[in-house]
Design a protein around this ligand. Structure first.
Ligand SMILES: [Zn+2]
Ligand SMILES: [Zn+2]
Length: 294
């Protein structure tokens, strides 16, 4: 199995508590994301969507040509769930992020009045239609990036459910061998090492996890061990940052073999921002576009 087992919001809470104990300087950030991720895991339980069936011939062709099963604009959304989660995340921001409190108030009021159609934003996100975000940002005088952050995090449970169902059409031990997601074609946000040292990449858009070669840059397909390296800190042996000198990109890796605590990958991603800073100080670029900061 390449997918994580079903995760409950209680497990998210436990994983967050561990991280706060280990790295108290992240407390405020983790408390915020813990609330967002718990709300997402709860929402995921009620998401009702089906995968898009792909015919046998089409599937064969896609796998042969290494075309992802669907494109980002094909994803189905549970609009009721997206709306509820948009409001919930706005309330989490209202409560836990003083700097964005007034923006969150504006958004909640606009939703109440019907001036903000959350489904429009969510659809625009899938269609990469920036104009809808611009329109609302201007009308409501709210930062466009904040709108994108809340919209992405509101559609996430739908994305994950849709990706899980779509991925069922792949053989469980199918080896994709590419650096982009076999489900949606997006770049990986983080990598995982587990078992006997098997490497998995985790999609930055839909959360699908697929197995990958150990010595391999997912961003430029470099396989030359002379130009692939990594750095890590002795105080955090569970993390490392894989670097490719060919394309100058990096990807963070969580080594599950060195972890005995509860772990929730989206939280690990947030709790390793110091590694992003270090990599960027070294002149490296992230290979993924993250929707991390609100
Ligand atoms: Zn994906
Ligand atoms: Zn590369």
């Amino acid at each position: 199995m390449t997918q994580q087992a079903e995760i409950t919001s209680a497990q998210v809470e436990k994983a967050a508590e561990f991280i706060i104990k280990l790295r108290p300087f992240y407390s405020e950030l983790i408390v915020f994301y813990q609330a967002v991720f718990m709300a997402q895991e709860e929402a995921k339980q009620t998401v009702r969507i089906d995968a898009k069936p792909i015919s046998k011939d089409m599937l064969k062709l896609k796998l042969k040509e290494k075309f992802p099963l669907v494109s980002v604009s094909d994803f189905e959304l549970d609009e009721v769930s997206c709306r509820q989660l948009f409001e919930k995340i706005s309330r989490i921001i209202l409560e836990k992020n003083p700097g964005l409190k007034s923006s969150a108030e504006v958004l909640i009021a606009a939703m109440d009045k019907g001036d903000l159609k959350v489904e429009d934003l969510c659809r625009a996100l899938l269609a990469s239609d920036d104009s809808v975000f611009e329109k609302y940002a201007e009308e409501l005088k709210v930062d466009k990036k904040l709108l994108a952050f809340i919209a992405y995090n509101s559609v996430k449970p739908s994305l994950v459910v849709f990706a899980e169902k779509t991925a069922q059409q792949l053989e469980p031990d199918y080896f994709w061998g590419k650096g982009y997601c076999p489900v949606c074609g997006s770049a990986p946000a983080i990598a995982v090492l587990q078992g006997e040292g098997e490497r998995f990449l985790r999609c930055g858009f839909c959360g699908h996890q697929w197995s990958a070669m150990r010595i391999y840059c997912p961003f430029c397909e470099n396989k030359d061990s002379k130009t692939l390296s990594y750095f890590y800190s002795e105080s955090e042996p569970e993390y490392r940052v894989d670097i490719c000198e060919a394309c100058n990109k990096y990807i963070k890796t969580v080594d599950l073999r060195k972890l005995s605590r509860d772990c929730y990958m989206p939280l690990e991603q947030v709790a390793t921002l110091h590694l992003d800073l270090k990599a960027q100080e070294m002149g490296l670029e992230s290979g993924t576009s993250l929707h991390l900061e609100p």
